[in-house]
Write a protein that binds this ligand. Structure first.
Ligand SMILES: O=C(O)[C@@H](CO)OP(=O)(O)O
Length: 249
């Protein structure tokens, strides 16, 4: 099959720490009950749209893996090949991992809070390797090609995610496979920034809702033929607004 190629991006469903309003990053939390339902609904949306994923890419974080498994099971595609990479992980949130978003906002103020959350190139302070929420000693990262991050800004995420997009994901697309990428709010913001050519400033305004497939049609150069389309646009708009408002409640 030739182009247009089909790429589906899916942010994991609501997690236990999304529900508790905690900065998560690389901490390996699971889906909440709500997130499980969102993941199943994502599978229904894919099936209803007649989108049949041929290959799955996920991060190495459980909430993305659970989401993909639940969605593909509902869509009767649980059997497709899977490739996982730390390069699709959420942005490492440094010393903010495990911190309450509302408390952080109250303590540091709106400007600093939003700089840490949404600036393009200012990372939060690094996490101490001995911190209970550090990944310095997590066995899943032994042998990765590079140091385990102790913090990341969005620019850092792009720098580690894009080489994988180019070396692996686009190869499956070029072979005519419909690719499902199940990942995270900020790793998907990084990919959408690249696909849509969003500026470093404007990307701060973009939020990705949990659990709603976002479908792109791409040309032979892997450029979008039009805007990405959420399979449930009304729920996507509400979900993105809820992400934007995090910390304010
Ligand atoms: O905590 C996180 O890891 C992310 C995603 O849940 O949060 P934010 O939207 O604040 O970048």
């Amino acid at each position: 099959m030739s182009e247009p190629y089909t790429l589906v991006l899916l942010r994991h469903g609501n997690s236990d720490w999304n529900q508790k309003n905690l900065f998560t990053g690389w901490v390996d939390v699971r889906l909440s009950d709500q997130g499980v339902e969102e993941a199943k609904r994502a599978g229904e949306l894919l099936a209803d749209a007649g989108i049949e994923a041929d290959v799955l890419y996920t991060s190495v974080l459980t909430r993305a893996i659970q989401t993909a498994n639940l969605a593909l099971d509902v869509a009767d595609r649980a059997w497709i090949p899977v490739k996982r990479s730390w390069r699709l992980n959420e942005r490492h949130y440094g010393a903010l991992q495990g911190k309450d978003k509302a408390q952080t906002l109250a303590e540091y103020g709106q400007e600093q809070f939003m700089t840490w959350r949404r600036s393009f190139d200012v990372p939060p302070p690094p996490i101490d390797p001995g911190d209970e929420y550090s990944q310095a000693h997590d066995p899943r990262y032994v042998g990765i090609d590079g140091p385990v991050p102790d913090t990341e800004c969005l620019k850092d995420v792009i720098d580690r995610m894009l080489p994988y997009w180019e070396s692996d994901i686009t190869v499956d697309l070029a072979a005519g496979r419909t690719v499902l990428v199940t990942a995270h709010g900020n790793s998907l913001r990084a990919l959408v920034k690249h696909l849509d050519g969003i500026s470093d400033e404007e990307i701060s305004e973009l939020n990705i809702p949990t659990g709603i497939p976002l479908v792109y049609k791409l040309d032979a150069d892997f450029r979008p033929l039009g805007p990405g389309e959420y399979l449930d646009p009304a729920a996507a708009a509400a979900g993105a607004a809820a992400v934007a408002a995090q910390g304010k409640k």
